[in-house]
Design a protein around this ligand. Structure first.
Ligand SMILES: [Zn+2]
Length: 191
């Protein structure tokens, strides 16, 4: 059988399906539905979903949740910085939407091996849509500065329609935390 590389295409779909499951959990919690899993050696070792509303912290994207859960596991095992770097270099991330600029920079800094994503992130995408932080040869962000991290291989468009339909569900059900400029609320007493 012909192989497209070391990643088995069936595995890619299986892991993206698990990322979609995480995104559905986010949707159930009225969060923007983005989910991810981190895989090492064919095994899911961490998962994450967007928790920005729950935590009232705009940086708690799915990828950051998964990275932090790994760092926590490895801290408990008292791994050294070089051991952590070694681990990340063997990990692949599957995420339903293209990592944003913040997450793409973080993934590049921790040295993730490879990223697979679903739909593109036209507003904030850091893997080609707005910036190309996955590409180590990309232009430095700041004059005199090096691009953060060493970059990673990145493949998009995997089960993209599933990822998009979750976003559609989310916006159709109405995001209670989003500003609604078309339907101004009556002024309410604030604390
Ligand atoms: Zn992000």
């Amino acid at each position: 059988m012909a192989s497209l590389g070391e990643e088995n295409p069936n595995d890619t779909l299986i892991f993206m399906d698990l990322a979609i499951e995480q995104a559905k959990l986010a949707l159930d919690s009225l969060e923007v539905p983005v989910g991810c899993v981190i895989v090492e050696d064919g095994k899911v070792i961490a998962s994450g979903r967007n928790r920005t509303n729950e935590t009232r912290n705009a940086t708690r994207h799915a990828e950051m949740e998964a990275i932090d859960s790994l760092l926590q596991q490895w801290r408990e095992k008292r791994l050294s910085a070089s051991e952590v770097a070694e681990f990340f270099s063997k990990c692949n991330l599957y995420v339903t939407c293209e990592p944003c600029i913040m997450c793409a920079a973080a993934l590049s800094i921790v040295g993730i091996k490879e990223v697979f994503y679903g739909c593109a992130n036209d507003k904030f995408g850091g893997c080609g849509s707005i910036l190309s932080l996955h590409s180590s040869s990309s232009e430095p962000l700041m004059s005199g500065g090096a691009p953060p991290g060493k970059g990673f291989k990145c493949t998009g468009g995997i089960m993209a329609s599933e990822a998009v339909s979750l976003f559609r569900n989310f916006y159709e059900q109405g995001n209670p935390n989003a500003p609604k400029p078309h339907r101004p609320l009556a002024h309410q007493a604030t604390q």
